[in-house]
Ligand binder design. Structure first.
Ligand code: GDP
Ligand code: ZN
Length: 292
């Protein structure tokens, strides 16, 4: 009987897989299988006399994060991702338009989003209030949203709590603190990478290989500089309309089913913005991104 394993890293010719007892093995996929990525669940068999396992089946994926290659084809970066953790920070600057773009990209990929504002230590009282108000808007839409700081004791707790039971990939602009967050979440990173390297015989160059790591909370994180640099491909007006969840909700009451929420009469979205139940800045971002 084949057994179920988790792909924790892909080294090209072989992958590192984790068994249910958390032991790392080297495994070689059958050539008919698609390219495996970190987070994949697979079935493996032990062939007699072989030093590595044989991956015989890829279990259906749920929540695939892909990048578009130079031929315009999606190339999976990580699988079974439940949440995109969108990281932003006061330095280099909180960019709600970019956060919204990532929320839309997550929605299109069938992945939930969560909003993380880092470097709360750099905020003055007024900025702190503004951040909390912004996070409340995201929470009201249904996105988990937390304010954290990696430099002060205990200030990453809200994120750690939120990660329980989820599989996340951290994304966001350079310099917002993604590596710092990973270092805090996985203080034993070198040890883990060393264990994978020892079990598989592959020198695990952390700069190029994407790893799946289990967190203490029952959650997991899929990480590599490559996956952190996941960026938003061009979003069509239709994508944007689909990705603003609170607008989609309100739009059910618009007079016209194809309402753009700009010039049409009896528009429930515009009414909700006027009434304050949809944030003005989310609506403004929607118009910017949909080019309306
Ligand atoms: P990345 O490019 O998103 O991976 O960002 P890094 O983790 O490399 O962090 C960029 C810079 O921000 C580094 O100098 C960090 O020391 C700093 N940094 C990270 N988190 C915090 C924080 O919570 N507060 C402050 N003040 N600086 C931080
Ligand atoms: Zn409308």
């Amino acid at each position: 009987m084949p057994e179920r394993y988790r792909v924790v890293a892909n080294f090209g010719a072989a992958v590192a897989v984790l068994d249910e007892a958390r032991k790392v093995h080297q495994a070689v996929p059958l050539t008919k299988l698609p390219q495996l990525v970190a987070g994949d669940q697979v079935e493996c068999e032990q062939e007699s006399g072989a030093t590595s396992l044989r991956v015989v089946k890829l279990v259906d994926r749920d929540g695939v994060l892909s990048r578009i290659d130079h031929r315009g084809k999606p190339k999976p970066l990580a699988a079974n991702v439940s949440h995109l953790a969108i990281v932003s920070a006061s330095k280099p600057g909180i960019d709600p338009l970019l956060i919204d773009q990532f929320c839309i990209a997550a929605e299109l990929a069938g992945i939930d989003a969560m909003v993380v504002i880092n470097k709360s230590d750099l905020l003055d009282d007024e900025q702190h209030e503004q951040c909390l108000a912004m996070l409340e808007v995201y929470k009201a839409i249904g996105y988990p949203a937390v304010l954290v700081d990696t430099k002060s004791e205990g200030k990453l707790e809200p994120l750690i709590t939120e990660l329980a039971g989820k599989t996340v990939v951290l994304v966001g602009a350079s310099g917002v603190g993604k590596s710092s967050i990973v270092q805090q979440l996985l203080p034993d990173l070198d040890v883990r990478v060393g264990a994978i390297s020892a079990a598989t015989g592959f020198g695990a160059h952390t700069t190029s290989v994407t790893f799946w790591y289990e967190l203490g909370s029952g959650g997991s994180i899929i990480d590599s500089p490559g996956v952190r640099q996941f960026s938003v491909a061009h979003l069509s007006a239709q994508d944007v309309r689909r990705g603003y969840l609170e607008l989609v909700d309100a739009a059910q009451m618009c007079k016209f089913s194809n309402c753009s929420h700009v010039v049409e009469p009896n528009c429930a979205v515009k009414a909700a913005v006027s009434a304050g139940s949809i944030a003005q800045w989310r609506y403004d971002n929607y118009r910017k991104l949909a080019e309306l």
